[in-house]
Design a protein around this ligand. Structure first.
Ligand code: COA
Length: 257
């Protein structure tokens, strides 16, 4: 994976992708974007991977777009090359993705965490959309996903000032699912991911789609979409197994179909 991302899968069905480019503080260079897509799209169809954890290092989750590559006057914005496709392809991943954010999640790094389905943050994590300080604006969903997550007034303030906010604030605003004690963020994220991985995988993917649908659709269309996905879940063997197991007072043995 071009040496900037480390991938592994554990016995419980959790795939781990660790951004590993300390020299650029895990900036989303073309190499990093390609490695991330390759990793996610390799895990997504793999039945052994039922939840994905995306993590950086202890110091930095991701420092955002590759400023060095964007600094030249007149250069085409990365959005003309890998931008929209990168974010669309992340959004198209069907497997639940959990971000384990330790250290800085700035710019595209914050957007990457927001593109995941849940976020566990180290208590020292720092979030922000600093693009305005560089003369640009967020281009990977920051104005949209951040606004949906924390509300328009707060998002406007942070997008306009470029100031950072901490993990406790992110948690209080509903951006973060859990704040982990310093040093335990990845463990906590993997623990949560293991619970998701224990659930029937078809239903987990349908549930992800249904919840994300609420961001795209109005209430009536959203309820209709939910009903279709519910019918798909009802048609699975895992539904029969899950309900039988409940009635027989035993643990279910889900097979992912
Ligand atoms: N793109 C490219 N390179 C980056 C980068 C980015 N987004 N963020 C950091 N780097 C590089 C620096 O240029 C520096 O390179 P050098 O060693 O060749 O000088 C190296 O990573 C270390 O950066 P530094 O700022 O010294 O590290 P730090 O640990 O003191 O601070 C950050 C870490 C993340 C707080 C800081 O690097 C930062 O603010 N980065 C930019 C965040 C940003 O504005 N993102 C939005 C981009 S649109």
């Amino acid at each position: 994976m071009a040496g900037v991302l480390v991938a592994s899968v554990d016995d419980s069905g959790v795939g781990l992708l660790r951004l590993d480019d300390p020299d650029t503080r895990n900036s989303l260079s073309v190499a990093m974007r390609e490695a991330l897509l390759e990793g996610l799209e390799r895990f997504d169809p793999d039945p052994e991977v039922r939840c994905i954890v995306l993590a950086g290092s202890e110091q930095v989750f991701a420092a955002g777009a590759d400023i060095r590559a964007m600094a030249e006057p007149g250069m085409p914005a990365p959005s003309e090359r890998t931008g929209p496709a990168f974010w669309q392809r992340i959004a198209a991943v069907k497997t639940p993705i959990l971000a384990a954010v330790c250290g800085y999640a700035l710019g595209g790094g914050c957007e990457l965490a927001l593109a995941c389905d849940m976020i566990v943050a180290d208590e020292g994590a720092v979030f922000g959309q600093p693009e305005i300080r560089l003369g640009i604006i967020p281009g990977g969903g920051g104005t949209q996903r951040l606004t949906r997550a924390i509300g328009k007034q707060r998002a406007m303030e942070y997008v306009l000032t470029g100031r950072r906010f901490d993990a406790a604030t992110a948690h209080a605003w509903g951006l973060v699912n859990k704040v982990a004690e310093r040093g335990s963020c990845l463990d906590e994220a993997q623990e949560l991911a293991r619970i998701v991985a224990e659930r029937p995988s078809v239903a987990a993917r349908l549930a992800k789609r249904a919840v994300l649908g609420s961001e795209e659709l109005g209430m009536t269309a959203g309820l209709a979409a939910e009903r279709e996905l519910f019918d798909e879940a009802m048609a699975t063997e895992d539904r029969v197994e899950g309900m039988r197991a409940f009635l027989e007072k035993r643990e279910p043995n889900f097979r992912g179909r």
